[in-house]
Design a protein around this ligand. Structure first.
Ligand SMILES: *Cc1c(COP(=O)(O)O)cnc(C)c1O
Length: 374
């Protein structure tokens, strides 16, 4: 835990065992089928490895934002059902349909495009996405009836298979989410009267899947939770029985003993107030370490907890470690599993006025991912 392999400048270790355990835990907790959401390169953890680990933990399906992400999973050898729900205007669904990628359908045009991608021997699998309050995409309530009728017709003639009806919640409050759930239930009834009986209905992401049991509907789409992070401001990973999968670390690249009054990093926003030791950590905003967390982000070096001193630069930042015996090559950990004594992604989120989702998802491509299983 205190030194990285020689030659490593920065790395994110990804504990795939944690992802598997988190999915298993959430599956039991929700007693529902789990669609593991691995968009945005698995929230920065690696899409294929996250998918494999989630399927090992009992997820039966995968969710991504777009078709490019779904195709990358197929190329990576993932054969499980995949749903992609955000499409470029005018996209052809032929390639996606040819490898069995299921499409989230948010309007009448997309429904027709999906049907156009059907072949003689293969109906295209779709999940109809319903607008229930969030104001993003999804079929508008006034269009439910016409879209459902056409979907039912296309299903009868073998062009489409309507696998699911779904929506997404705001998490604004339990009342707001219950109201959206009410709109969703009404839509399910309208769909039934139009002749649709899809096997799946799903509306809950991690937040609602945990906090609003009535939203589970036997199928939940879990993103942040599978990576072991909490979607709640006031509940930690450990509170939820989850283990963070990503640990971001780097070796101390340089150490310098300086006198009082020494400036640190651009703008000298930080000046030493005594003789002290400065340690250089080779991670910066190019790697997704938020510049907004300058002077505030937490880091453990050789097991001791410190705060970033001065500005975070593109490639590096400095930490005033006082008289602690820190040496070149000692391990600096920006975040990981806080039960192991390191900062949490949530600490960086707080320091940068953002959310843990953004912290892990923006870890950049220069940071080597190393897969481990604890
Ligand atoms: C990203 C996303 C999810 C996963 O949300 P989490 O809060 O990470 O669990 C689920 N559904 C949709 C439509 C999404 O865009």
């Amino acid at each position: 835990m205190s030194r990285l392999p020689a030659g490593v400048l920065r790395e994110a270790t990804i504990d795939v065992g944690a992802i598997t355990a988190n999915v298993r835990h959430l599956r039991r907790l929700t007693d529902s089928e789990v669609i593991a959401v691995v968009k945005a390169d698995g929230y920065g953890h690696g899409a294929v490895r996250s998918a494999v680990a989630a399927l090992d933990g009992g997820a039966s399906r995968l969710g991504v934002a777009d078709i490019g992400e779904a195709m990358a999973l197929r190329r990576g050898g993932i054969m499980a059902p995949i749903l992609a729900w955000l499409h470029a205007p005018g996209t052809s669904f032929v390639e996606a349909a040819s490898v069995g990628v299921e499409l989230g359908i948010s309007n009448f045009d997309q429904l027709l495009q999906a049907a156009a991608a059907a072949s003689q021997d293969r109906a295209v699998g779709v999940h109809l996405k319903l607008e229930t309050g969030l104001g993003r995409n999804g079929i508008a309530p006034e269009d439910y009836r016409v879209v459902f009728s056409e979907a039912a017709r296309l299903e009868r003639i073998g062009k489409l298979r309507v696998i699911g009806l779904f929506s997404h919640l705001s998490n604004a409050s339990a009342e707001d989410d219950r109201a959206a759930l009410g709109v969703f239930r009404d839509a399910v009834a309208v769909a039934a009267s139009a002749g649709l009986a899809p096997p799946l209905r799903h509306i809950a992401a991690t937040h609602a899947a945990i906090a609003l049991p009535e939203s589970r509907l036997g199928c939940v789409r879990i993103g942040i939770g599978i990576y072991g992070l909490s979607p709640f401001a006031n509940r930690s990973s450990a509170d939820l029985g989850l283990r963070p999968a990503m640990t971001l670390r780097a070796p101390v690249a340089a150490v310098r003993r300086v006198p009082p009054g020494h400036g640190v990093s651009y703008g000298y926003d930080y000046r030493t107030d005594r003789e002290t030791t400065l340690a250089l950590v080779p991670l910066g905003y190019a790697d997704g370490v938020p510049r907004n967390a300058s002077g505030a982000g937490a880091v453990t070096i050789a097991g001791e907890r410190f705060t970033v001193s001065g500005r975070i630069a593109m490639d590096q930042f400095v930490v005033d470690v006082g008289d602690h015996p820190v040496a070149v090559g000692d391990e600096a950990v920006l975040f990981g599993d806080p039960t192991l004594g390191v900062p949490a992604a949530d600490d960086w989120a707080d320091a940068a006025s953002t959310i843990n989702y953004e912290i892990v998802t923006r870890i950049g491509p220069r940071v080597a991912r190393r897969q481990v299983s604890a």
